[in-house]
Design a protein around this ligand. Structure first.
Ligand SMILES: Cc1ncc(C[n+]2csc(CCOP(=O)(O)OP(=O)(O)O)c2C)c(N)n1
Length: 698
């Protein structure tokens, strides 16, 4: 795309942008300028919580905000207050967020200024995004990906062609995850505009220090990413440039990057003030003030100065009166601080037939495959993607075999090796109404995706006060299976369990896999489904019972319900000669085998879901036996198992006849490759037997 026809060019009689739009932009520009000034004048009130303003970036932001349609989507960054004004938010509403008031329309006082989450009739949808620079690029691209997917299935209104606007500061474009987003946008030809606002600053680091090329040059490496440069300080140029970019994406369904140079006239944030680090460049930037530029332009096109003065006067009064109202507005109800950790699920009871007559036994991996097949058959909005799950292989464990053949390459497909994209894109998919199921090939490789899981997925429901729960089912093969070595055998549940706002499910047999995979899919929240590779085919000795009769299609198990898979005998319990082993995954089979030595003395509680945990059942079991043993495949030190043991000790101390026993893998960084070394590292039935005998003999 050339730049020439996006630049200012008008005469008195043939304006390239309607006068009405120009005047509206001027009013909004003056509004945001006045807001920034007022925040500085009232620092004691307004800087209680950190905020950034759009001073210097107004032109490009207004140009973008004024041209999005109500059916479009936007993913903004913390400096985009002018864009929000252009979309129709009132200064009063933004000030409520500035002061973290109850009626802050985005988060009810939970998140910072300029961190919108908006689902309001007549406005573009703006899902929650974190404060982490650049990280919204992946969820935003996920939205475009979701839109493209729904369009491919004819699931969107035919007369709308929604686009996604992803707004980024130039400093954030050097984040690695932005490259994953760009890669996917061009690979899949997604309808997204990346708007890069380049003020040549990070916080105090300059462009020269932070990058060898600007975002426009960088984008040239992504074949198929159309590029434009606009003068971000010039409203007319910005407006025409974005008009062209939006039209291009709307028609071609293909991505564009718009690079907009803007001055930075305000502080980096209220907490990092310009006088601390800006030098002469500030005067240079001031010469580019977009407000002055638009005012001069309006005068040039014969707009009477009186009309501009009257706008300025009106704006000033409005901003001050909105401010006074906002100061008086109530603070949040503190008793509500805990609401919206999760969106409510409709799956609350076990339903369907777990043991259908004529049922056939299946291995766990096939139970998962059949559950996926049934979901994809029933829900056209559901899609499944990850590394190697597509047509050719159907997953490295053949866990997706035949699905691409049945449902097409748009619905079941391979991704690049991009764990951040695989996880983070689900936030965007979910926001546009698609139902993503994704796979991380091995738990050992989830780490590049953890950032997205923590920053974007886990906090969205809570920080948007329930407006944007993220429906995402993330399948993760996990665990050791004999000789898999240090990077294909690891367990990671303790790390995941430190993240609030996500659910963690861990089935130990085929029937549970089917019922829990279904419940995980129907849950409106992010669910990580941990699937033990050693149980997939029951090949590991002692795990034949992981193969079960396949439940029927309607069978479903609510998350958060443990299962007593082995009972102790009443007389042993009465005599105080019993214990409960609380475990999950492979631990169930170690406990089963080990307990053969202690006939009738060992109850085994399979947790099945680790978060939310079935505390009621744990209490019942611990009270019944007064001896509890938490068994895990993970290294024990600082693990989930130790945490649960601590909770039991604290809350059920009076019922215990022995310390809460714990056992797991050795406290080492990795599972060694050689099978004899691996055996030393991990628990097994023999070792568990020794531990049970110690506990029973205590
Ligand atoms: C992942 C992450 N690292 C660091 C920060 C702290 N931080 C906040 S803003 C910022 C600079 C961002 O610069 P740029 O993207 O160019 O946006 P600008 O503020 O210049 O508009 C940094 C480093 C952060 N928010 N997120």
């Amino acid at each position: 795309m050339t730049v020439s026809d996006t630049q200012k060019g008008s005469d008195k009689y043939q304006l390239k942008v309607d006068r009405e739009v120009l005047l509206k932009a001027y009013l909004l520009m003056c509004t945001s300028k006045r807001m920034a000034e007022l925040y500085d004048e009232n620092r004691d009130v307004c800087s209680k919580y950190v905020h950034s303003t759009s001073r210097g970036h107004e032109a490009i932001q207004l140009a973008a905000g004024l041209q999005l349609k109500h059916y479009d989507y936007a993913s903004l960054y913390y400096r985009d207050e002018s864009m929000l004004l252009a979309m129709g938010l009132e200064p009063y509403e933004l000030m409520l967020q500035l002061m973290a008031k109850a009626e802050d329309p985005f988060s009810g006082g939970r998140s910072y200024y300029g961190h919108p989450s908006l689902k309001r009739t007549g406005f573009p949808v703006i899902p929650h995004q974190s404060s982490a620079t650049g990280m919204q690029a992946i969820p935003a691209t996920g939205m475009a990906h979701g839109i493209a997917y729904l369009e491919s299935q004819n699931l969107l209104k035919a007369d709308e062609a929604p686009v996604v606007l992803c707004s980024l500061g130039d400093g954030s474009v050097t984040e690695g995850e932005v490259a994953e987003a760009f890669q996917m946008a061009v690979l899949k030809k997604l309808p997204i505009i990346y708007l890069i606002q380049d003020n040549d600053w990070g916080i105090s680091a300059t462009g020269k220090e932070m990058r060898a090329m600007d975002a426009y040059e960088y984008a040239s490496g992504f074949k198929g990413l159309e590029r434009m440069v606009v003068d971000g300080a010039d409203f007319v140029g910005s407006y025409l440039g974005l008009k062209k970019a939006i039209e291009y994406v709307r028609e071609k369904r293909s991505p564009v990057l718009v690079h907009a140079k803007c001055p930075l006239l305000g502080h980096h944030t209220s907490g990092v003030r310009r006088e601390w680090y800006r030098g002469e460049d500030l005067d240079e930037h001031r010469k580019l003030d977009p407000v002055v530029k638009l005012r001069n332009y309006l005068l040039e096109i014969q707009e009477p100065e009186d009309s501009l003065l009257s706008i300025e006067q009106k704006v000033s009064e409005k901003v001050i009166s909105d401010y006074e109202r906002a100061v008086q507005a109530p603070d949040p109800d503190v008793t509500d601080f805990g609401s919206h950790e999760f969106a409510p699920t409709i799956i609350t009871e076990e339903k369907g037939n777990r043991f259908p007559a004529n049922g056939v036994k299946v291995v766990m991996v096939d139970a998962a495959l059949h559950a996926m097949d049934e979901i994809l058959k029933k829900h056209p909005e559901a899609l499944f993607y990850g590394q190697d799950v597509g047509r050719r292989l159907g997953g490295v464990f053949r866990e997706a075999a035949t699905l691409a053949q049945k449902y097409g390459d748009n619905r079941v497909f391979n991704t690049p090796i991009q764990e951040a994209y695989i996880i983070g894109s689900t936030a965007g998919m979910s926001a546009v109404g698609a139902k993503p199921i994704v796979e991380i090939q091995f738990a050992d490789y989830i780490w590049p995706g953890i950032n997205q899981l923590v920053e974007e997925l886990s906090k969205s429901c809570y920080l948007s006060k329930g407006k944007f729960p993220i429906q995402a089912l993330i399948r993760v093969p996990i665990g050791a299976y004999g000789g898999g070595g240090p990077y294909h055998s690891g367990s990671i549940e303790s790390t995941l369990l430190t993240i609030r706002g996500i659910k963690i499910v861990y089935p130990s047999n085929a029937a549970d896999m089917k019922g829990l995979l279904k419940a995980s899919f129907y849950d409106p929240n992010p669910v990580v489904l941990l699937e033990h590779k050693g149980l997939y085919w029951s090949k590991v000795a002692g795990t034949s019972e992981a193969k079960t009769i396949e439940p029927d299609e309607d069978y479903i198990i609510p998350l958060g319900k443990a299962n007593v898979v082995q009972k102790a005998h009443e007389e042993k319990i009465e005599r105080g000669e019993s214990c409960v082993v609380i475990t999950y995954g492979m631990g169930v089979y170690w406990a089963k085998e080990a307990s053969q030595e202690f006939a009738g003395q060992v109850e085994i509680l399979d947790l099945r879901t680790l978060n939310p945990i079935d505390w009621d059942q744990i209490k019942l079991s611990v009270k019944k036996h007064s001896r509890a043993f938490i068994l895990t495949e993970e290294p024990l030190l600082n693990s989930f198992a130790e945490s649960l043991a601590g909770r039991i000790s604290k809350e059920l101390f009076n019922y215990l006849d022995a310390p809460v026993w714990t056992f797991g893998a050795a406290n080492l960084p990795a599972i060694p490759l050689n099978v004899d070394l691996e055996k030393m590292m991990l628990p097994n039935a023999e070792k568990v037997k020794t531990e049970i005998s110690k506990l029973l003999g205590y």
